[in-house]
Design a protein around this ligand. Structure first.
Ligand code: UD1
Length: 431
């Protein structure tokens, strides 16, 4: 397994293009299972999670053609030969559970093992199952002799219904939308999540002939249709990757122009950076972010929330920046109960972060001279935070377990190198 080595870098300067969104493309690919006709998705990021989703689609009998150079994927799920997600794939990626809604709607049955992904909290799927049950599916949960959990949903017909989500879950909203798209009657999802990735999914499904209204608000209305047809769709830009580059400019006091970024999707991060003294200039097609070397950047507090609040997926990267800003900042994580795995790793680099309120809050003292260290990417965004810290730190930083980073960042080494960062991927040698 490789490691990433980073030397103190900066100020980072230049232009960088954001790739298609990981969290949008995964449900889009799952949605292709809803039709027997061909679909083509473009601006697909080159990511390990996308590879896993393609393998998953193939395991159900879909024909998947990947054109990595052209960043497009064609899927034709003419005949589905299986509706059981192989345990090995589900364990690799939590978003595998998004195949459940389409499989249930198309074949009347879906069986998946309980999902894997980043270890950032309990991450149950009870709301996905609540939705399927309300639509008329029987749910059976079981454990095999190795204690792996499985869930199976079976139905003779899905019927439209009103569903209230106890928590604004992105995945549950997407899964229920996909199942309801082929049900009989009208489904209303109340307290739905409002993330831009849900809007992208609804736009794709509507191109396929679905009748979905209200995506992006907290009430989504889905009028079921009998069949969906093939469609082409371009994935929206990745707002989390975009935010990571904005923070790279802040942490290195650089001057970066980010292209293919929808700044409306990154509003809370931009607002918080401005509060700290970073300049963000929003153009029609690009966003320039800079902080000159002699300007003091000051700390702020953040609280993660479902969209349009501050994204939990940018919390670790923001912490890396706060460690270097002047003054102390408090980060309150409200979306996941265990999303501070990066704290001990950042502390190896002298960040001095302490946890309070039963691990729900992190106090970042700020104003620290970060020092390079051997650290581990405990999850995807934690890995991105360690890269940012490594850019600012004196001496070299070595990050292991970088497979987490490869799950969600396309060409990360090339992109940071092009901005002048001293960053390399190396084969892992003995510790
Ligand atoms: C998605 C994103 C992930 C992001 C997260 C929150 C994808 C592929 N992943 O994950 O990057 O961090 O949104 O913005 O899009 N919950 C339940 N029961 C459920 C489902 C969720 O209690 O059935 C809880 C979770 O434990 C969590 C909260 O709801 O505390 C939000 O999770 P959710 O929005 O479902 O996250 P994902 O869709 O898994």
């Amino acid at each position: 397994m490789s490691i990433i080595r980073i030397g103190q870098s900066g100020p980072l300067k230049g232009e960088v293009e954001v790739s298609g969104s990981k969290n949008a493309v995964l449900p889009l690919l799952a949605a292709t299972l809803l039709t027997e006709e061909a679909c083509e998705i473009t601006d697909v990021p080159d990511l390990k999670d996308v590879d896993v989703m393609c393998r998953l689609l193939r395991s159900f009998g879909a024909v998947v053609e990947e054109d990595k150079g052209g960043k497009s994927i064609k899927v034709r799920a003419k005949t589905l030969t299986s509706n059981e997600a192989p345990c090995g794939l589900v364990k690799k990626m939590r978003a595998s559970v998004l195949a459940m809604g389409p499989l249930l709607a198309r074949t009347g049955r879906a069986k998946v093992s309980l999902p894997g992904g980043c270890a950032i909290g309990k991450r149950p799927i009870d709301l996905h199952l609540k939705g399927f049950r309300a639509l008329g599916a029987d749910i059976v949960s079981m454990e095999d002799e190795e204690n792996y959990g499985y869930v199976e949903a079976v139905t003779s017909e899905l019927k439209g219904v009103e569903i209230y989500l106890d928590t604004r879950s992105v995945g549950a909203t997407e899964n229920i939308i996909m199942a309801a798209a082929l049900s009989r009657g009208v489904t209303l999802i109340e307290n739905a999540a409002q993330e831009p990735e849900i809007v992208d999914l609804a736009n794709f499904l509507n191109k396929m002939g679905a009748k979905i209204k209200g995506a992006g608000t907290d009430v989504v209305k889905i009028e079921g249709v009998e069949r969906l047809h093939g469609a082409n769709h371009t994935v929206i830009p990745d707002r989390i990757e975009a935010a990571t580059f904005l923070l790279a400019a802040a942490v290195t006091k650089g001057d970066i122009t980010v292209t293919n970024m929808l700044s409306d999707h990154v509003k809370p991060v931009i607002a918080k950076l401005r509060e700290c003294g970073v300049t963000v200039e929003d153009g029609a097609n690009e966003t320039r972010v800079y902080a000159s070397g002699d300007r003091m950047l000051t700390a702020t507090d953040i609280k993660t929330l479902p969209y349009p609040g501050f994204p939990t997926d940018v919390q670790p990267q923001f912490m890396a920046f706060l460690a270097t800003a002047s003054g102390s900042g408090v980060i309150r994580e409200t979306v996941f109960e265990n999303r501070f795995g990066h704290v001990p790793e950042l502390n190896k680099m002298n960040a001095g972060v302490t946890l309070a309120r039963e691990g729900r809050e992190a106090i970042v003292p700020g104003g620290r001279i970060l020092r390079g260290a051997k650290v581990r990417a405990t999850d995807l965004r934690a890995g991105a935070a360690l890269i940012l810290a490594g850019l600012a730190a004196e001496a070299e930083t070595e990050i292991s377990d970088v497979y987490h980073i490869d799950r969600g960042y396309s060409n990360i080494i090339e992109k940071f190198s092009s901005l002048g960062a001293d960053i390399k991927r190396l084969p892992h040698t003995a510790k």
